[in-house]
Design a protein around this ligand. Structure first.
Ligand code: ARG
Length: 565
């Protein structure tokens, strides 16, 4: 706990029956600096103290005492607001950042614990489209955020590399495909086949049956089916890995659905042993009516297994292998029902650890006009989005700063960062509309804006050219703009923690936008490299702290932080 919160807790604990932890858990940031640095909402006390929150706030304000760190205690409506001694806050925050450097905001609260994160997980044999951006960006950010909190993270790409869609491409390939064309541009060629299949299937209903037939063959290990499946899978995977590499996304394991095939018999047997399985028109299901959920299909009447079956096997396997303390599935909200069913079935199987599993869902991505549909070939390729953003950055650099060093790298970091940040800065559950103009607009609240602010602060440090020290006179940092920056810097560790707790990287993105805005205000109104040496030293320490925290925040979101741009 930081010493300011400690003093606030003592203040409130003396007059209420709340525990220190309960009090600390409630403390929030007042809406504007005039109200102080910390606010305690009195709603929680209304019941026990039998008064309105506003009356409680007034009473506590009367009893509250300033201390060595706190300057005033005042009430405003239902809130009790604390104003701290500014120089003490600046000293505390800036010294801490100075000492911890890039470790500022990290902790060891997750030490000894493992978090499994299932993200990106595209269906292969189709190109990875823009609709997979969300899971990829959010999952990867959650990985880094948890890592910063000391957790051991295991990132799994649960590729859709098994299922009827492979029957589909096998049929299409056997009818219309050839190996040479396939090898030239595997993913796009497979997409063309996939689209053609669905177009033809509209008038030729036997095609779908044929595809199902080929998938059943594949499940029975038919030689030709397996050979083709392997060909498609390997080509797709190589392509996919190349793209991830380019955008800086990593996984510890590529364990696709097919990885669990050999465990399916045991999985089904375990469910059988618990008496969970029921026959229904030749298929095997788990009846969940009692739990107000539709039945969960485990095996089709033609014997084929399903996405569902493999997800049960995967959960059991991952738990056995990692004994995780948390497992996160970063998957769109369209699959809410699937995960409710999955978690319920695991619970019925006696897996009490299912309470540590979470479906980290997110809203859908739509085109501004019309629907995305791989089947109809209406898809924006993920790689193309990043490529266009990088190309645009290149063009801007050529125009504005053609002599910039490491142009290529900067354009790469900024272009990729722009796309990632655009996705990560909205709350994950919100639906988003995909629009080229918006993705390629770098003005306003964007990743490039944060990166630019970072580069600007790096440049100030270069100009200063001397080592930064923390033994400065903190009382010289008294401008409003300076206090605003300090207040935000202080919130970074709690923001990282909140992002992990609510699985919401957008909290960090928002934080970075706020910090950039305040940092730029400070830059514009406080002269850093001025005449007074003591003031310069204090302000340069601020500059270094801002740079450190911006770079760290960008890193947590999976973005680069160029020092010049
Ligand atoms: N392949 C699925 C899709 O693209 C997502 C898989 C998510 N992970 C899981 N364990 N079900 O929709």
């Amino acid at each position: 706990m930081n010493p300011f919160i400690e003093e606030i807790v003592k203040n409130i604990a003396a007059h209420t029956d709340l525990s220190g932890e309960e009090i600390a858990g409630q403390i929030a940031l007042p809406p504007n600096p005039e109200m102080g640095e910390y606010a305690f909402p009195c709603f929680v006390l209304a019941k026990t103290m039998r008064k309105s929150p506003a009356a409680i706030a007034a009473e506590l304000a009367g009893k509250g005492k300033p201390g060595s760190l706190i300057r005033t205690v005042r009430n405003a409506g239902p809130y009790l607001n604390f104003e701290v001694k500014r120089d003490r806050l600046a000293a505390f925050v800036l010294e801490e950042i100075y000492e911890k450097g890039t470790h500022y905001g990290t902790s060891d609260e997750g030490s000894g614990k493992t978090v499994v994160i299932d993200y990106s997980s595209p269906n292969i044999a189709k190109p990875i489209g823009i609709h997979h951006l969300r899971t990829t960006a959010i999952g990867h950010a959650l990985y880094r955020i948890h890592e910063a909190l000391g957790y051991r993270c295991v990132g799994i790409n649960h590729l859709g590399d098994w299922g009827t869609q492979f029957g589909t491409v096998i049929v299409a390939y056997k009818r219309w495909g050839n190996e040479e064309a396939l090898k030239q541009a595997p993913i796009h060629y497979l997409l063309d086949l996939y689209v053609k299949f669905h177009r033809e299937a509209e008038t030729n209903p036997t095609l779908a049956d044929e595809a199902r037939g080929w998938f059943v063959k594949l499940e029975h290990g038919d030689e030709e089916a397996v050979r083709l499946w392997r060909l498609f899978r390997d080509l797709s995977l190589t392509e996919l890995k190349r793209i991830y590499e380019k955008i800086g996304i990593r996984f510890d394991h590529y364990w696709g659905e097919s990885f669990y095939n050999e465990m399916l018999d045991d999985t089904i047997a375990a469910m059988e042993a618990k008496g969970l399985l029921k026959k229904s028109e030749g298929a095997l299901i788990v009846d969940l009516a009692e739990h107000d959920l539709p039945a969960y299909l485990i095996r089709k009447s033609d014997g084929a297994t399903l996405y569902q079956t493999r997800d049960i096997a995967a959960a059991l396997y991952r738990h056995k292998r990692f004994g995780f303390s948390k497992m996160l599935y970063v998957v769109g909200a369209q699959q809410n029902l699937h995960f409710q069913q999955l978690f319920k079935v695991l619970e019925l199987m006696g897996c009490d650890w299912v309470e540590n599993c979470a479906h980290v869902n997110f809203g859908t991505m739509r085109f501004k006009k019309g629907r995305m549909s791989t089947r109809e070939g209406k898809i924006v390729f993920l790689e193309e989005v990043f490529e266009r953003a990088v190309a645009l950055t290149q063009a801007i650099i050529e125009q504005k700063n053609p002599d910039l060093k490491h142009k290529e790298e900067v354009a790469h970091d900024v272009g990729i960062g722009a796309v990632l940040f655009a996705d990560l800065s909205t709350r994950r559950i919100k639906d988003v509309a995909f629009d080229w103009d918006e993705v390629l607009n770098f003005d306003g609240e964007t990743g490039p804006y944060v990166q630019y602010t970072h580069a600007r602060f790096c440049s100030m440090l270069r100009k200063y050219g001397k080592p930064v020290h923390a033994d400065v006179n903190f009382s010289l940092l008294k401008a409003r703009e300076e206090l605003a920056v300090v207040r935000l810097l202080e919130r970074f560790p709690s923001t990282v923690r909140a992002a992990a707790e609510s699985y919401e990287p957008s909290l960090i993105a928002r934080f970075l936008l706020d910090l950039s805005t305040e940092a730029n205000r400070f830059y514009n109104s406080c002269r850093v490299l001025g005449e007074d040496e003591a003031v310069t030293k204090a302000r340069i320490l601020m500059v270094a702290s801002v740079r450190t925290v911006l770079a760290k925040g960008l890193y947590l979101l999976g973005m680069g932080a160029p020092e010049e741009m």
